[in-house]
Design a protein around this ligand. Structure first.
Ligand code: M6R
Length: 357
């Protein structure tokens, strides 16, 4: 039930700190360490390559998952749009392992790949919010998101839950390998939950920014590099999906290779900055579009932020920054849609789970 909330989407955005804490609790063992089943660890560490397969928002969390699997578990990882994989599969190595990311566990495009993977005899894991869903039943392993039902068509808490579970999984794999990646995942996910709360408490300010940057615009851009690029793709999908503003998420450095031609007086460009190694480069890209008339709005993490940035986010571990930065972008989408008078929870032409190919 959405209770006092006007829309499920806002309720589900608000639930994210609790979901982070719930995931830590569900995956913690008696010694307080985050674990996943031992046979899953063994199967994944036997792989020479991991393929993440997903659609939409789940595809976007897959990119963050690739980062974790490569950084923490040191297994080369590819991310695939399910509907592309089906008809144009990549050249596979000898021991691939497949990870299906699907909130609903019912997405037909993803299931079609799982059916093929099973025919080929390769091992698979489904990460889903729905116990007993089709993709959960058909894969060899399941990890649950423990996010509670997600009702709004626009996915919010499932995205952050997927990223958190992928972080837990990658951390558990890394621990088995004896890698000390210098991150105390239990502690850092707790810090993320508290930081999310701070952003959500300040939601009215994000509503004001939506009114400043996004009214009467036909298009908008999100830009970032690395993990901030992956969040930009998700932020753009969220905004376009419910507000119908044509939005693209771009790797900041790629704009100048063509898309910058679309920047004109007043075009909103929203930039995400949380990664120290690329922060100054993204700042340079912000200047490039600003000098061509863009209306720039910067979401930056403490430590990398400038005083005049529009949103300064509390510091979290940089690897976990996507969990936090996505929250103000979800709120931007919510408020921009509200201002336009559309139904936030039920955007046109879309269903919650897409069970046709
Ligand atoms: O249930 P799934 O995670 O498999 O769904 C995948 C996409 O259909 C879904 O994420 C869709 O993109 C959302 N409406 C995005 O908000």
């Amino acid at each position: 039930e959405k209770g006092t909330y006007p829309y499920y989407m806002l309720k589900e955005i608000d639930e994210q700190p609790a979901v982070m804490r719930n995931i830590v609790q569900k995956y913690q063992n008696e010694e307080g360490r985050l674990t996943v089943p031992e046979d899953l660890v063994t199967a994944m560490l036997a792989a020479d390559r991991i393929h993440i397969v997903a659609c939409g928002t789940s595809y976007h969390s897959g990119w963050v998952g690739k980062h974790y699997l490569e950084k923490f578990a040191q297994i080369p990882t590819e991310v695939h749009v399910a509907s592309e994989f089906s008809y144009n599969p990549p050249l596979l190595t000898g021991n691939p392992f497949f990870v299906f990311l699907t909130q609903s566990g019912e997405t037909a495009d993803s299931r079609q790949v799982l059916v093929k993977v099973k025919e080929w005899g390769y091992p698979s894991l489904t990460i889903t919010n729905v116990a007993g869903s089709t993709l959960s039943r058909e894969a060899d392993f399941t990890l649950l998101l423990h996010a509670g039902p997600e009702i709004a068509v626009a996915s919010t808490k499932a995205y952050t839950a997927q990223i958190a579970v992928l972080a837990v999984l990658s951390d558990a794999l890394g621990a088995k390998l004896g890698h000390d990646m210098g991150i105390n995942m239990v502690r850092e996910l707790g810090i993320v939950a508290t930081a999310m709360e701070a952003v959500i408490d300040d939601k009215e300010r994000i509503g004001e920014l939506a009114n400043i940057y996004l009214p009467n615009t036909r298009n908008a851009f999100y830009i970032g590099r690395g993990l901030d690029y992956y969040v930009s793709m998700e932020a753009a999908l969220k905004l376009k999906e419910i507000s119908y503003i044509q939005t693209e998420g771009f790797a900041a450095g790629e704009l100048k290779h063509g898309t910058i031609a679309l920047i004109e007086e007043g075009t909103p460009v929203l930039a995400i900055i949380t990664q120290a190694n690329v922060a100054s480069h993204t700042r340079g890209n912000i200047e490039e579009v600003r000098s061509r008339g863009a209306n720039t709005c910067v979401f930056a993490m403490e430590g990398l932020a400038h005083d005049n940035d529009q949103v300064i986010l509390p510091a979290v571990h940089p690897a976990l920054a996507p969990l936090l930065t996505v929250v103000p972008t979800q709120l931007m989408a919510y408020y921009a849609t509200l201002a336009r008078g559309y139904d936030v929870d039920k955007p046109r032409n879309l269903a919650k789970s897409v069970t046709v190919e």
